[in-house]
Write a protein that binds this ligand. Structure first.
Ligand code: FAD
Ligand code: NAD
Length: 475
């Protein structure tokens, strides 16, 4: 096998494997190293997203939601179900099969595009050389015209509550539980805490979420976040805001947690606890001390707006660099970098990156919130529309939540769209397109939306920003 490549990518997650495929599409001889491997020793791609993140969590969210609906909502539709059983082994096996199928798909894409996949560890050496250490056998040096670092992130740990892999676990382990815990503690009401808390709540666990901040989902517009919090509490998620965990200790049956909030100090006991307090960039063993790549104060690889590091011809993308830790953000950076390396144009619009929390209802947003804009001194107008007035949401029996559209008061340019409601993660795509094309609230108002669809709520919210929604009374 050749030891010289135009591009060597270290890390085969959604940032790295996408960069590798695009580089190959651009006619560059490309290798991608990842430390994941299949049973037969081949490289296993997809990174955290496919193996322990986006996809397995969405598989369990879907299954647990169906279970919940069958038990609690079918009767409303006039459907009688005498027994609804839970076969967790089967649910987990379905999830594993989806992951395996998609991983095989990426391998197929590598073969189709001629990307060399290498199973093992990669280390950046001085002079654009990569040391590749396979799982078995001797390490060897690869010469690379350009190197792309895409090694992702790892769960952050709490000093007072270290992971033990059994009772105190990270998200990877919480996706693999083989029994529903009776009492589940979750530290952190961020995206992982809410999604995994929802999965195990729907399957029957008593879920207590301890969140250090006073405000629920601070990146989401306050009005929308309030509604999301209300809906999630109604489902039985016991959310404590302003709750800072001080200590945790193993008991015979579980873990005792001590936390402080404004009311004082409290103790709870749970069977298992998921620590979901964020993730940290992973550069373990990646950089030879002489490689010269600079890190920032948070341990991220320092990059410019085009993802160039401090070393010529070395790029870094995805969770290991600044910006939101989202699969689609990393993939877009991968495309940009592979295009720039090939001499094409490439850029990422960091102002228009959508986020989705896949709870029920889903929470999705793009752009800024009304509070952020007000704090920045930008005069804006906002319109909301409740799904309660949407015919489609009513027909679906999922009428909780709202859409909020925020536009510049002077120019009408869309500045943010925040949604809590059914299929919010799909609905937000329209707002992303509109904002990417520098659209206005009036553009959303004038686009014809099929009836009855959930998307009509977006148009009504845009109309409401000018106090002319059809299906809402403006005073
Ligand atoms: P990763 O996916 O972490 O991939 C990096 C790869 O590099 C890994 O395979 C790692 O093993 C490998 N590696 C590391 N160091 C080396 C080395 N030295 N040599 C060789 N290989 C190495 N994001 C979303 O957008 N939507 C979601 O719904 C979503 N859900 C999530 C749910 C959970 C439970 C979690 C934990 C995360 C979720 N995320 C989601 C975040 C998403 O998974 C990450 O943003 C994304 O995976 C980052 O992609 P990446 O390619 O930068 O890194
Ligand atoms: P997060 O940053 O979303 O949330 C962590 C939460 O933990 C924050 O609300 C923080 O205030 C809280 N926290 C921190 N220290 C605490 C403490 N000591 N006690 C109590 N609370 C504390 O991080 P996450 O949920 O761990 O997710 C990690 C990353 O993975 C995120 O960047 C997220 O974007 C990504 N992810 C995305 C999705 C998605 O897009 N649907 C799903 C899962 C994860």
């Amino acid at each position: 096998m050749s030891s010289h490549f135009d591009v060597v990518v270290i890390g085969g997650g959604p940032a790295g494997y996408v960069a590798a495929i695009r580089a190959a599409q651009n006619g560059l001889a490309t290798a991608c190293i990842d430390d994941g491997r299949t049973r037969s020793g081949e490289v296993s791609l997809g990174g955290t997203c496919l193996n322990a993140g986006c996809i397995p969590s969405k598989a369990l969210l879907e299954s647990s939601e169906l279970y919940h609906r069958a038990r609690h909502e079918f009767a409303t539709h006039g459907i009688g179900v005498t027994t609804v059983g839970l076969d967790l082994d089967r649910m987990q096996a379905r999830k594993a099969a989806i992951v395996a199928q998609l991983a095989g798909g990426i391998q197929g894409l590598f073969r189709a595009h001629g990307v060399t996949g290498l199973a093992g560890r990669g280390t950046l050496m001085p002079g654009n050389t990569v040391r590749f250490t396979p799982h078995e056998g001797e390490a060897r040096l690869l010469e690379a015209g350009q190197v792309v670092l895409a090694t992702g992130s790892q769960p952050a740990a709490l000093a007072c509550l270290p992971f033990d892999g059994e009772r105190v676990v990270d998200s990877r382990a919480a996706l693999e539980f083989d029994a529903v815990p009776r009492r589940l503690g979750v530290i952190g009401a961020g995206v992982i805490g809410l999604e995994l808390g929802s999965v195990w709540r729907r399957l029957g666990a008593e879920v207590t979420i301890l969140e250090a901040l006073d405000r629920f989902l601070p990146m989401v517009d306050a009005q929308v976040a309030r509604e999301a919090e209300r809906q999630l509490r109604r489902q039985g998620l016991d959310i404590h805001l302003g709750a800072r965990v001080q200590a945790g200790e193993r008991t015979t049956d579980g873990v005792r947690l001590r936390y402080d909030d404004r009311q004082g100090s409290h103790e709870i006991e749970v069977d298992r606890v998921v620590v979901a307090v964020g993730r940290r960039p992973d550069t373990t063993g990646l950089l030879d001390p002489l490689a010269g790549v600079a890190l920032d104060a948070r341990g991220c690889i320092e990059v410019d707006a085009s993802c160039r590091t401090s070393v010529a011809n070395v790029w870094a993308i995805g969770d290991v660099v600044r910006g939101p830790m989202l699969a689609h953000k990393g993939s877009e950076e991968g495309v940009m970098v592979a295009d720039l390396i090939a001499g094409h144009a490439g850029q990422v619009n960091y102002d228009v990156i959508p986020s989705v929390v896949y709870t029920t209802p889903e929470i999705a947003w793009v752009g800024r919130s009304e509070e952020e804009l007000t704090a920045a001194g930008i005069a804006c107008k906002a319109g909301t529309f409740n799904f309660a007035a949407s015919g489609r949401a009513r027909a679906m029996e999922q009428a909780a939540g709202l859409v909020k559209v925020i536009a510049d008061a002077a120019t009408d340019a869309l500045l943010g769209v925040h949604v809590c409601g059914p299929m919010a993660g799909e609905l937000i795509a329209e707002a992303v397109v509109a904002m990417e094309f520098q659209g206005t609230a009036e553009d959303l108002q004038r686009i014809i939306h099929a009836h009855p669809t959930l998307a009509e709520a977006l148009r009504e919210a845009a109309l409401s920003a000018d106090r002319c929604a059809i299906h809402a009374a403006h005073r």
